[in-house]
Design a protein around this ligand. Sequence first.
Ligand SMILES: [Zn+2]
Length: 792
Amino acid sequence: MVLALFLAAPVWAGEAENLARAIQENSFDPQECYRVRDLALVIEDIKIYLTDGHLIFGKPVAGKRIAAAFVADVEGGDAEVILLPPDRAERRSLASYIHSPNLDEHFRTGLFLFTRDTYETVLAQLPSNSANRRAPEVGALLNEQFTPVLRNLSASYQTRMVLDLLNHVAGDGGLFASVLDSPVLGAFDLVYDPLRAEPIIAGQMTSRDNRLFLDSWCSFKTRSMRQAATPPAPDMALSDYRIEAAIGSGLELKAVTRVKVRLSRSGVRALPFDISPLMTVASATVDGQPAEVLQRESPRGNALRGGNEMFLVVPSEPLNAGRDYDFAFEHSGKVVFDTGDRVLFVTARGNWYPLHGLQFANYDLTFRHPRDLDLVAPGELIETRADGDSRVTRFRVRSPIRFAGFNLGNYARARVEHDPYVVDVCANRALQRDQRPQPSLPMRDVITLQPSRRATDTISEPFPVAPPNPLDRLKEIAAGVDAALEFMAGKFGPPALDHLTVSPIPGTFGQGFPGLIYLSTLSYLRSAPRSAGSLAQAQELFFQQVLQAHETAHQWWGNRVTTGSYRDNWLMEALANYSALLFLEKTQGGHAVDTMLDTYRTELLAKGENGAQVESAGPVTMGTRLESSLDPGAWRAVTYGKGTWIIHMLRRYLGDQRFYAMLADVLKRYDHQEISTEDFRRVAARFTPPKSDDADLETFFDTWVYGTGIPTLKMSYGVKGKAPALRLVGTVTQTDVGADFSALVPVEIHLPGGSIHIQWVRCGSDPAQFSVALKQPPTRVTLDPDRSVLRR
Ligand SMILES: [Zn+2]
């Protein structure tokens, strides 16, 4: 049924395929080799000076020169690149990799790929220096030397370049990608891609422990975008997904995905989509007419796209704005793995079908799957019926969500109906053979407790006594998730969907999709940690309580309110995690929250793999860029640990009542919308206490959100004068942080009779004085007794 539709679709080498091949097989053109002096390539903030050397262009592809190579192979030959990041965070990030806040680097060779008018720009400059002349004799050598390198780099950009060439992107609208080789830094990438939200990126591909990293040294919006008042409108809107998927006995997945696509401009020849690199898109139709599909492997491109692979659809005719087109894709791949005894692992949870960014859409999902397996997906279960050796299960999601996952296994189930919500919890009937984490499998939104040696040991051997049973906590989880859902609905309003299914995933992480939670198989076991101590305690708390509440909280944070940029994702993680701690506080008491906060602080203060304090890796707004080769674990500690502390500090500053009102207001204002970190600051600023020292929260955000540092705070004080005209005079000293760091810290003054006065003190690089008039001597004066500030 699923595949019949496509049998008629012919397979032919179309225009995109031909272009991709031409790009891949391109070579240099010795007739277009020049001895060059003082040429400048200026692309927004990027300045490249080809001071002295040879420049050779590639042969035309579709009538356009799209490649060049420069080499400083003459006496005194030289070239230079200058890139000045526009803000402190980017300068800091750059400095952490190259020990300089600005990129001003000489290079010996450079390879350039472009769909913009780079060739024309260079030709126009040639007459300006009489030393510039054709050098075909050098061209023959350079062609031999650089063509293999060109083909290697072209593999990474061919899909992206075909997109521009087919859409006839002209002038300065196209891509510019370069690899420059400097004697100091080695080979590094410098890219201008106007399709990215941050078009300029400089970085380096590195491999470490058999893992490929794209270290993004700096990434930012172009000069003209920074000056523009409004961001560009989205180019493609997707709605009404209808997916028919078949999972075979070998767990291979084949699917037909149908979706409506609406464009914001006309005359579009090629459309880009994203999908997991594990999925192959075999064919596509647009309004029933066969369209060409171009999908090519691109490790560099995937690293730039957060693990997604770009593929193109080229309809038989250009598409226009203002109407919906019915797209259908046939795609297949191996994204479900059996870890043994039908304990299954779904790898591509959010990108197993074609996407274009993350957009809210309705879904109708039908799965044909092996009869012995249960299949769960978001939304309302429309039907499930046996059909021979298979089972057909259909779900419908009527309230828009941004991505639809699925999970399957041989499940036992528990249900809690709690009008208007239903919670279904699925547990594997069998225990997975290997209860250890599976680091070789790709993971996204990974949340684990601790990267340190000690914690890993505890994770790998937490069950010394009786053989664990994955059904142990089935009912407990159902009751726990139901209670968390009720608690959060009471604070934040209704969740993303009325029906929430919790299902197991092998590993030490969880993921909170709309209507569907993936919960670590560890959370299903009643653990008995061998070692005592706060770390083991925190670990047990994490897998038994926090993880499921965290993923439940994503029903609001991430699935009702969302973010559009990697820079803002910390906010969803921090709010989800803090919501989990609020629930923990209610069910287990404040000490449980303290245990978690203390664990996060320990992780942030620990030395990372590069010997630096983990927290210093960068601010929370660097997001997944912190998962770099410098210290891959920093991203997790900063996003979850520091993020949680930021929300906690905000709560202490606003006070509980204002804090809860603020969270409810965020949900009201940004329901089914994207919120940025700055949007969040502005909403939170509406809830600062009267006469607040930091009413717009700008200092708070500069210090904790956009900056780094964990201060040491010390207080001294004395009482002057005679009762009843006393004066408490004190000093708070802030050390171990940068000069512009400014913590606002409470001093708690206990008075006879039990009343408490709280004095907030603004710290800075100089000791901060405070002075309070009192009628009687205080019984006790303490600095920040209640974990209001993240400090050493
Ligand atoms: Zn999360």
